[in-house]
Design a protein around this ligand. Structure first.
Ligand code: BG6
Length: 475
């Protein structure tokens, strides 16, 4: 592929990771467990105790970012590394790690773009009050986030507050350690969501108050939804799913309200969140400035069969466990996910759809008129290390086609300011451990054997180096 034209001046180039997927050192230097450390055990895949050992190798990793030409890097702070018990005293050793990480990035001319919360609620707060299920989580989250923005606000201006709230809601029992007693009650997932909305809005306001030139954002897990065909019912299902899966989050972030239709649907089915007086004021006052877009795959829906009119839990058809985009959720009288018969897929049944990138960027921009950064995009694959090399031409092809779609969206007027794909080094995939790899840089380990954890740039790394050097012209 070839864009031939450059991205706009100042366009950010880099990649992304998250704390528990890359750091390791899960119980080192005072860090206590997060819910992801616990949820990952017993999956049959690697756990988070070593992950990609970034905690000990961040300098080597930043040197590789520099070699590739990065101007930005997205990482996440681990709440339980900073506040091992979720609240109370900060852990000096944990802070030292992030101080060093941020300083090393800045020293190398790489802009830190942090996420405050990437799935990893401290286990201490899960044990204390069931984590996000309790409204107490809002205040504790704001205290944690405010601590970060006070400490790093001089060096960090762009703040992503919550990662993939949409995915946290869809997979609410896999992305949260939710006690059994709630498992049969789908209202709880919308209550969790409401608490996250409040926490994020309050922090957005704090960023505006406390950080000079600070900008608040969120990284949303976003899939444009296509109707199966042009039958009116299936087109309606598409509209319903767009409202409940996409606008349900973005309307909160950028309009300060829930979309009326989707909210009414939840009320009709006893799933609407319980609110307190003043909640919507908090949300209105905490609107975000920009959106991080995590895009992997589009989705497809039809109107649900009347005879299967029950609420079905999302389940994967291929892996038998969470295959995020292979999930078939049914919302009675609203929509039902299904496999798109007209799209390619990867080994885990996720749609490969570069056109969807142009589609969503234009759609979001016309609806909200906000700046966007691509904060995740990537291809999970079973990479093979051969003679010290990884020939991941399939990943180069994937990114190349997505970059061309981004470029076209920019030509058509959309405000996209950077590309931070998933992932920098190989990370612990949330659903498939180290079998499914995303990195520009191979990490020499697998699920069973942590080997020497050596860093080996893949072919895509050298391709991306050229892309960055030409500001996108070579791609
Ligand atoms: C997003 C997450 O869901 O997609 C990442 O923000 C995750 O944490 C990525 O790794 C890919 O998903 P998975 O399940 O293949 O790791």
């Amino acid at each position: 592929g070839n864009i031939r034209k450059e991205m706009p001046k100042g366009f950010l180039w880099g990649a992304s990771t998250s704390a528990y997927q890359v750091e390791g050192a899960a119980e080192e230097d005072g860090k206590k467990l997060s819910q992801m450390d616990v949820l990952n055990r017993g999956t049959g895949f690697a756990d988070a105790s070593v992950a990609s050992d970034h905690y000990h190798r961040y300098k080597e990793d930043i040197a590789l970012m520099k070699e590739c030409g990065f101007t930005a890097y997205r990482f996440s702070f681990s709440w339980s590394r900073i506040f091992p018990d979720g609240v109370g005293e900060a852990n000096p050793k944990g802070l030292e790690f992030y101080d060093n990480l941020v300083d090393e990035l800045v020293k190398n001319g790489i802009r830190p773009v942090p996420t405050i919360y990437h799935y990893d609620m401290p286990m201490a707060l899960v044990e204390k009050y069931d984590g996000w299920v309790s409204r107490q989580s809002v205040d504790d989250f704001v205290a944690y986030g405010e601590f970060l923005i006070r400490r790093y606000g001089d060096r960090i201006k762009d703040w992503l507050i919550i990662n993939e709230q949409s995915i946290i809601v869809e997979f609410w029992k896999k992305k949260n350690y939710v006690p059994e007693k709630y498992h049969g009650d789908p209202q709880v997932k919308f209550q969790i969501n409401h608490h996250m909305n409040l926490g994020q809005a309050k922090l957005s306001k704090r960023i505006h108050e406390l950080v000079e030139g600070g900008r608040s954002g969120a990284a949303i897990g976003y899939s444009p939804v296509y109707g199966l065909d042009s039958t009116p019912k299936n087109m309606l299902a598409m509209l319903n799913a767009e409202d409940l899966k996409n606008h349900f989050f973005l309307d909160i972030y950028f309009k300060g309200k829930y979309p009326a239709g989707a909210f009414r649907y939840l009320e009709e089915h006893g799933m609407a969140p319980v609110m307190e007086a003043g909640d919507m004021d908090i949300i209105r006052e905490g609107k975000l400035d920009f959106l991080g877009v995590n895009y992997y795959a589009s989705k497809c829906v039809r109107f649900p069969d009347a005879d299967k009119n029950e609420l079905t839990e999302a389940k994967s058809n291929l892996s038998g466990r969470k295959g995020a985009m292979g999930a078939y959720e049914v919302m009675p009288d609203f929509y039902q996910y299904m496999k798109n018969p007209n799209a390619d897929t990867n080994d885990w049944d996720w749609t490969i759809d570069p056109t969807g990138m142009q589609y969503l960027l234009r759609d979001i921009y016309e609806r909200y008129e906000i700046p966007m950064i691509i904060t995740e995009n990537g291809l999970g694959a079973r990479d093979v290390l051969e003679d010290g090399k990884v020939h991941d031409d399939y990943r180069i092809d994937y990114w190349s086609r997505h970059l061309q779609a981004i470029h076209r969206a920019i030509e058509l007027g959309v405000d996209v300011r950077g590309f931070l794909p998933w992932s920098f080094v190989d990370v612990l995939s949330t659903s498939n451990g180290y079998q499914k790899r995303y990195g520009l840089v191979y990490v020499n380990r697998d699920d069973e054997d942590i080997k020497d954890l050596a860093r080996i740039p893949k072919d895509s790394f050298y391709w991306y180096q050229k892309v960055i050097a030409t500001n996108g012209a070579h791609c």
